[in-house]
Design a binder for this molecule. Structure first.
Ligand code: GTP
Ligand code: MG
Length: 184
């Protein structure tokens, strides 16, 4: 692709945020986009949307269209519709409940079976170990195991995050966007 140095580049990326009920998907998005957190839990119904605009560098503007998909959709047939044309994803689990980590595999398989990049490869996916401000259960306590798991399952990267204390959310988004840009 040829592009003059001065011409601003403008990207719109559809990003999915998936994972079990109550893992903190909506809270992560609220923190990231609106710089806001609440302890009150209201389950997402279907899908919600948010837009994050990033001034990536002097001539790159990125718009992330975040699809906040209800954990309840786990066994639904709607995910195929929601996943369409996404170019990146976050899978979120809750470090205080290890059953939410056990579901990560299923979310990743569901994702990879229903959406691919135009060249047929899997879309980049970053794993978020959320609520890291709380005591952890299971594998979330062992970074080396997390690392190995992510390599084996084809995750781009993983981050411990806290929507409550604003830990690593910007970093995780940067890592995902960087991978998407490299693919573009
Ligand atoms: P569904 O929409 O049902 O799929 O849930 P969700 O994944 O969107 O979870 P949500 O963001 O609504 O958060 C669920 C609960 O966890 C809420 O009470 C949040 O306040 C709480 N929560 C989310 N993130 C964090 C975090 O980083 N730390 C702590 N301590 N609590 C969190
Ligand atoms: Mg939600």
């Amino acid at each position: 692709k040829q592009q003059s140095v001065s011409k601003p580049r403008d990207h719109l990326y559809k990003i999915l945020v998936i994972g079990d009920l109550g893992t903190g998907k909506t809270s992560i998005i609220k923190r990231y986009v609106h710089k806001f957190f609440t302890q009150n839990y209201r389950a997402t119904i279907g899908v919600d949307f948010a837009l994050k605009v990033i001034n990536w560098d002097d001539n790159t503007l990125i718009r992330l269209q975040l699809w906040d998909i209800a954990g309840q959709e786990r066994y639904g047939n709607m995910t195929r519709v929601y996943y369409k044309e996404a170019v990146g994803a976050f899978i979120v689990f809750d470090v205080t409940r290890k059953n939410t980590f056990d579901s990560v595999n299923n979310w990743k398989s569901d994702l990879d079976s229903k959406v691919q990049l135009p060249d047929g490869s899997n879309i980049p996916c970053v794993l978020l170990a959320n609520k890291c401000d709380q005591p952890k259960e299971g594998i979330a306590n062992v970074p080396a195991k997390m690392e190995e798991y992510c390599k084996e399952k084809g995750f781009t990267a993983w981050f411990e995050t806290s929507a409550k204390d604003d830990i690593n959310i910007d970093e995780a988004a940067k890592a995902l966007v960087q991978t998407i840009l490299n693919n573009d």
